[in-house]
Design a protein around this ligand. Structure first.
Ligand code: GDP
Ligand code: CA
Length: 324
C-alpha cells in the first residue's frame, strides 16, 4: 500500500479525468480519493444546470457511464429530447432521459439555496460514486472561445459545432472573481498527493487553475504533485486537444502540456513511445515516469494508477534522503 493512502486529490475534467479517477479509486482504499472537477463547461439548458465534467465523473465512478461514448448514462433513451424537438427547442446538446433526472434534481437543489459543492457531493454519494467529487468552485466560471465567428460559449462550440471553427483565443469568464470551493480547498490542504489527470489542459485544468488563488494553493502544498500526459505520440486519445494546442501556437507534445503546469509539478507520467521527451522534461526539473499511459478499461486504469502511486512513493523516499 502506498504511503499516501488516505488523502489523494485528483484535478480533473471529464473523460480523461474520469478514467484516471476510476483507476485511482480502485487502487486506493475507500475514502482516500477526492476529485476536484472543472466547472468551466457548465451551462444551462431549458432552465436546467448541466455540469458535463461533474456528470462524467459521477457516472464513471458509479459505473453508470456509457463506456463506448465515454459520457452519458449507459442504455439511456432520448424521449424527453424528442419531445423538446417536436416543440421546436434546440436539441444539439444530447441529454438522455436518465441524465435529465440528475439535471432536474441539481437545478431544484440549487434553486433551494444549496451550494454546488453540497449538491455535487450528495449526488455523487447517492448515485454510488466510489470517490468524493467536489467542484473547483461554487461560483460560475465559463470557458469562452474566440473563433473567426467571434466569441463563442463552450458547449455550442464543443457539442453544437463539433469543435469548429478553429480557436484563436481562450478565456475563463468569472475565474478571477470566483473563489475556490470550500471542499476543494480543504482537500488540497489535507492532500498527501496531488495528481493532475490526463485531462485537456486548456479546457479542463486551466479553468480550475485560473480561479483566484488556486495556483498558489497548489504551489504551496507540500504534497508531491504528479501530472499524467493526455497526449500519446503528440495525439490526444480523444477530443480536440492537439488541434487546439497547434492552433494556439503551442507544441503538441507531452512537454508542451507539462509547460502549462510550470512550477506546479514534481513529476510527469508520459507514454513509453514519448521517451525522447524525457530529457527535456528532466531539464525542466521534473521526474519522469515513462509507461503505458493509455487506459483501455477500468483494470488498465487501475494498473496505471498503481504504477503512479508506487513511483511517487519512490520519489518521496529520494526527496527525504536528499533533505536529510
Ligand atoms: P473532457 O472534459 O470530457 O473533454 O475530458 P478531459 O479534459 O478530462 O480529458 C480529455 C483528454 O483526456 C484528452 O485530451 C485525451 O487525450 C485524454 N485521455 C482520454 N483517455 C485517455 C487515456 O486513456 N490515457 C491518457 N493518457 N489520456 C487520455
Ligand atoms: Ca469537459
Amino acid at each position: 500500500m502506498p504511503p499516501f493512502a488516505s488523502n489523494v486529490v485528483l484535478i480533473a475534467g471529464g473523460v480523461g479525468g474520469a478514467r484516471m479517477a476510476e483507476g485511482l479509486a480502485r487502487a486506493l482504499p475507500a475514502g482516500a480519493l477526492t476529485v476536484i472537477a472543472n466547472v468551466g463547461d457548465d451551462d444551462d439548458f431549458y432552465g436546467l444546470r448541466v455540469c458535463p465534467d461533474i456528470d462524467t465523473l459521477i457516472y464513471t465512478l458509479s459505473d453508470h457511464i456509457d463506456r463506448k461514448q465515454g459520457w452519458g448514462v449507459a442504455d439511456d433513451t432520448v424521449r424527453a429530447l424528442d419531445v423538446l424537438g417536436t416543440l421546436a427547442a434546440p436539441t444539439w446538446m444530447k441529454l438522455g432521459d436518465a441524465d435529465f433526472g440528475l439535471h432536474i434534481w441539481r437545478s431544484w437543489q440549487l434553486a433551494a439555496g444549496n451550494s454546488l459543492t453540497k449538491v455535487t457531493q450528495e449526488a455523487a454519494m447517492r448515485l454510488g460514486a466510489r470517490a468524493r467529487i467536489v467542484p473547483a468552485s461554487d461560483d460560475p466560471v465559463r470557458t469562452k472561445l474566440r473563433t473567426a465567428d467571434g466569441w463563442m460559449d463552450f458547449q455550442p462550440w464543443f457539442v453544437g459545432r463539433r469543435c469548429e471553427p478553429e480557436v484563436l483565443e481562450l478565456r475563463y469568464d468569472g475565474a478571477e472573481k470566483a473563489k475556490a470551493g470550500p471542499e476543494a480547498l480543504a482537500a488540497i490542504e489535507a492532500a498527501e498527493l496531488i495528481v493532475f489527470a490526463p485531462s485537456n489542459p486548456l479546457l479542463s485544468i486551466e479553468p480550475i487553475l485560473a480561479i483566484d488563488g488556486f495556483r498558489a494553493i497548489i504551489a504551496d502544498s507540500r504534497a508531491p504533485k504528479i501530472g499524467v500526459s493526455p497526449l500519446i505520440g503528440g495525439k490526444a486519445v480523444k477530443g480536440p486537444l492537439s488541434r487546439l494546442m497547434a492552433g494556439l501556437g503551442m507544441r503538441t507534445s507531452s512537454s508542451g502540456v507539462a509547460m502549462r503546469y510550470s512550477g506546479l509539478l514534481d513529476g510527469f507520467a508520459i507514454d513509453t513511445q514519448d521517451l525522447p521527451e524525457a530529457d527535456e522534461l528532466q531539464g525542466r526539473g521534473l521526474s519522469v515516469l515513462p509507461t503505458d499511459i493509455l487506459m483501455r478499461d477500468p483494470q488498465d486504469a487501475e494498473r496505471l494508477a498503481a504504477e503512479i502511486l508506487a513511483w511517487t512513493a519512490v520519489l518521496q523516499e529520494h526527496r527525504k534522503q536528499a533533505a536529510s
